[in-house]
Design a protein around this ligand. Structure first.
Ligand code: CP
Ligand code: NVA
Length: 305
């Protein structure tokens, strides 16, 4: 029996498999636009559990699964017995009897891992408090569409040391880009992600000056200053203000640098309108690529890639 193919984190995947998925996504995107896309997941059912809000993840997984010929079930955590303390393990065992794959957006990362441990069908990480690997797959795909291979390039992050940054850090070891990050004191990413990336060949710079991180970068990325379920560790906006991505900060990057943000954006906080709506911004291309990248993640998990 072959092992169940989960998509839990970039660190849990091989670089070769991640590259296969990105290359497959480019082909599927072209075929979808040409109206010639195959439907390799006809007859398959994806359950989507949401324990946090979502616009992009929910819609892109739903539409993506349909474009692959499959169907979806939207499950709100609060409306499931899961929300009344049924265990994750029992939920995993039951859902595995009904569906072919499970996507979950949850709080504590251990809930994702427990689901995968007990499920007999593939489990996909749709964001946890710790990581957001699907976002980084779309981001890498988008960067490469606009600027060619990401290997050897520099990606800069400025803002909070959050889940999206953790997955970008893991991506540096898997895709071979240099990862610069500037965060306020006390908002650093977790050491385990930095250590893992450094131990696996990632080139990492962690500092507290936005200009230093962005200097010479080919891609500048930021995100909300207050992530979902992290309100308890929210800091005053004055702490984050020096990390705002604005036109002055973008001047420190190379002239052809692109700007990315996973969205939703808080305009006027972590990014100004002039940047997010400006010529360097590829945020909506990245949002679109969630759809195509996730189709390839689904196809890979279900053995169709
Ligand atoms: N970027 C992202 O995951 O967006 P949603 O929270 O809308 O799913
Ligand atoms: N860091 C953000 C990402 C949202 C897609 C959050 O977790 O709220």
């Amino acid at each position: 029996m072959t092992a169940t193919r989960h998509f839990l984190d970039l660190s849990a995947m091989t670089g070769a498999d991640l590259r296969t998925i990105i290359d497959d996504a480019r082909v599927r995107k072209t075929a979808t636009k040409a109206g010639t896309a195959e439907k390799p997941l006809a007859g398959k059912m994806l359950a989507m559990i949401f324990e946090k809000p979502s616009t992009r993840t929910r819609v892109s997984f739903d539409v993506g699964m349909r474009q692959l010929g499959g169907e979806t079930l939207f499950l709100s955590g609060t409306e499931m017995q899961l929300g009344r303390a049924e265990t994750i393990g029992d939920t995993a065992k039951v859902l595995s009897r009904y569906v072919d794959a499970i996507m979950i957006r949850t709080t504590d990362h251990r809930r994702l891992l427990e689901l995968a441990e007990h499920a007999t069908v593939p489990v996909i990480n749709g964001l946890t408090d710790d990581t957001h690997p699907c976002q980084i797959m779309a981001d890498i795909m988008t960067f490469e569409e606009h600027r060619g291979p990401v290997q050897g390039k520099t990606i800069a992050w400025t803002g909070d040391g959050n889940n999206v940054l953790h997955s970008l850090i893991e991506g540096s070891a898997r895709f071979g880009y240099r990862m610069n990050m500037a965060v306020p004191l006390g908002s650093e990413p977790q050491d385990k992600f930095l250590n893992w990336a450094r131990n696996n060949g990632g080139e990492i710079l962690l500092c507290h000056e936005a200009e230093q991180a962005v200097a010479g970068a080919h891609c500048v990325v930021t995100d909300t200053w207050v992530s979902m379920n992290q309100e308890h560790r929210a800091r005053g906006h004055n702490v984050f203000q020096p990390y705002q991505v604005n036109a002055a900060l973008m001047k420190h990057a190379v002239p052809e640098a692109v700007f990315m943000h996973c969205l939703p954006a808080h305009r006027g906080e972590e990014v100004t309108d002039e940047v997010i709506d400006g010529p360097q911004s590829v945020v909506f291309d990245a949002a679109e690529n969630r759809l195509h990248a996730q189709k390839s993640i689904l196809a890979w998990c279900l053995g169709a890639v």
